[in-house]
Design a protein around this ligand. Structure first.
Ligand code: NAI
Ligand code: MG
Length: 498
């Protein structure tokens, strides 16, 4: 990390917003927490205090859920036409576009990610997700059903909003996550209580201001900043919430399932991953090197489907590992506000320690450090892009989600697709898988064999129309696409004797 980098100047509107005050959004008004408690959010690039934030607890959850209930049950939201809902969601997208630069700065300051990434990934994707789901408001249909005795009854299905949704989001892409939760919920006609991660509440709070500005009725979206163990747990236990949607760790996913079991809340979970990147000898190796490096070093590896396990055929293994290691040492690590930065800090001291702990445990269990491995500087939470070789399937670094810029590189011997798939599938996760091959037959056969919610071949990204989610312990259900909005509905069957 170079010390004398030139930093982007923070726009006045951003400084003013960050100064606060930062309260809870309940029933269309910004209010302090009932307890008056606050917590602080920090800038991961230097550890400095950014802002004090209201800390919601059970009493605030109760107020927010009641507001969302009223707006859903007999408030203006339930009487609004789908086309009017679509217009409001589209207006929110326009407002986000108008303020995109400001949001990108706030995200970089709170989360640490490079400003350029926030501008070219987080903001455009968030805006597209809103517009995509705005379109769905007017297109949610049931079906007419052909029953077994034609002519004796008429039968059809219809989709109704599930009700009040409690959404709990993580810190790795805070705005994208907040938008990916509220857009389909609102499009389906639900109301929302949204809790951002305690590490990164700011863009969600700024989004709350835009939600009021564009004219959403009060109580439709409520925002509760606070901790998981207090605010989050109170949401998952609250009988007024019909559905919980959560993105975060598999451990908390398990806690949420147990809490939701009491009253059978609907649950969608998008949890951890341990995505394998499988390189066949016929792959375009230069593109595979670049793709593998980006897949694990983008957002400092803090991506649920980061390509964290590399499996390359032994004929191309050395070339690949050399290439990815070279890219690792070239990656410019620095503060997100510096124009030259390609990888920012990780989000917190806790994550830095967790990642360093994994690297040490890998080495203790016999892995070899090919490149990286160390913390950079003593200010902020910077860590080097890291490649480990000599890793084996039984090691913690190969089995567990590290959520940092750490790649475990392994080779395979022969061309038996079943064996390769078996090894790639041998973790408790099943979120993503990446293939690099020029052979169509290999690609299709492998796509079928891999236990993963998303299989990418030679690249491909995230799209609002493409369902996203995991097999196995990577979660329940899908977000985005048609399945993503249907997850916010109940299906009703109507049967009528003729
Ligand atoms: P976490 O799962 O604890 O936090 C995610 C969200 O859940 C936050 O909003 C948090 O406040 C909330 N939460 C925490 N405990 C809760 C509870 N008992 N009830 C309801 N909500 C609760 O994740 P954390 O601790 O920040 O990160 C630890 C690890 O989790 C990471 O190293 C990474 O492996 C994984 N993770 C995965 C993510 C993904 O996108 N798949 C995102 C964030 C973390
Ligand atoms: Mg946690």
């Amino acid at each position: 990390m170079s010390v004398n980098v030139s930093m982007a100047a923070i726009p006045a509107a951003v400084s003013e917003f960050i100064r606060g005050p930062h309260k809870l959004l309940i029933d269309g008004k910004w209010v302090a927490a009932a307890s008056n408690k606050t917590f602080s959010t920090h800038n991961p690039a230097n550890g400095s205090l950014l802002a004090e934030i209201a800390a919601a607890e059970a009493a605030d959850v109760d107020l927010a859920v009641n507001a969302a209930r009223r707006a859903f049950d007999d408030g203006p939201w339930s009487r609004m036409t789908p086309a009017a809902r679509a217009k409001l969601i589209w207006r929110l997208a326009d407002a986000l576009e108008t303020h995109a630069e400001e949001f990108a700065f706030i995200e970089t300051l709170d989360n640490g990610k490079p400003l350029n990434d926030a501008k070219i990934v987080d903001l455009p994707h968030s805006i597209e997700v809103l517009r995509y789901f705005a379109g769905w408001c007017t297109k949610l249909n049931g079906e007419s059903i052909s029953i077994s005795n034609p002519g004796t009854w008429h039968a059809y299905t219809m989709r109704e909003p599930v009700g009040v949704v409690g959404s709990i989001t993580p810190w790795n892409a805070p705005l994208m996550m907040a938008v990916s939760k509220i857009a389909p919920a609102l499009a389906a006609g639900c109301t929302v209580v949204l809790k951002p991660a305690e590490q990164t509440p700011l863009t969600t709070l700024r989004l709350g201001q835009l939600i009021l500005d564009v004219g959403f009725p009060e109580g439709v979206v409520n925002i509760l900043t606070g901790f998981g163990e207090t605010a989050g747990a109170a949401m998952t236990a609250h009988p007024g919430i019909d559905k919980v949607t959560f993105t975060g760790s598999t451990d908390v996913g398990r806690i949420i399932i147990r809490a939701a079991a009491n009253d059978f809340k609907r649950v969608t979970l998008e949890l951890g991953g341990k995505t394998p990147v499988i390189v066949f000898p016929d792959a375009d190796i230069d593109r595979a090197i670049e793709g593998a490096a980006r897949s694990i070093f983008s957002n400092a590896g803090q991506i649920c489907n980061a390509g964290s396990r590399l499996y390359a055929h032994r004929d191309v293994f050395e070339k690949l590992v050399d290439g990815v290691s070279r890219r690792a040492s070239e990656f410019r690590v620095g503060p997100g506000l510096a124009a030259s930065t390609q990888m920012g800090p990780v989000v917190s001291q806790e994550q830095l320690d967790r990642i360093s702990g994994f690297i040490a445990s890998g080495q203790n269990q016999g892995a070899e450090l090919r490149v990286g491995g160390g913390r950079i500087g003593s200010e902020g939470y910077f860590i080097q892009p890291t490649v480990l070789t000599g890793t084996r399937p039984d090691m913690d670094v190969v089995q567990q989600e590290i959520f940092g810029p750490v790649l475990c590189a392994m080779s395979y011997e022969e061309a038996d697709l079943d064996r390769i798939a078996r090894e790639a599938n041998a973790t408790s996760y099943g979120l993503g898988a990446v293939l690099w091959t020029q052979n169509l037959s290999t690609a299709h056969k492998m796509a079928k064999k891999l236990k993963a919610g998303t299989v990418r071949v030679n690249g491909g990204g995230l799209d609002p129309a493409l369902p996203f989610g995991g097999f196995k312990q990577s979660g329940w259900g899908r977000e985005l696409g048609r399945e993503g909005i249907e997850a916010y509905t109940e299906l009703k069957s109507v049967a009528m004797a003729l």
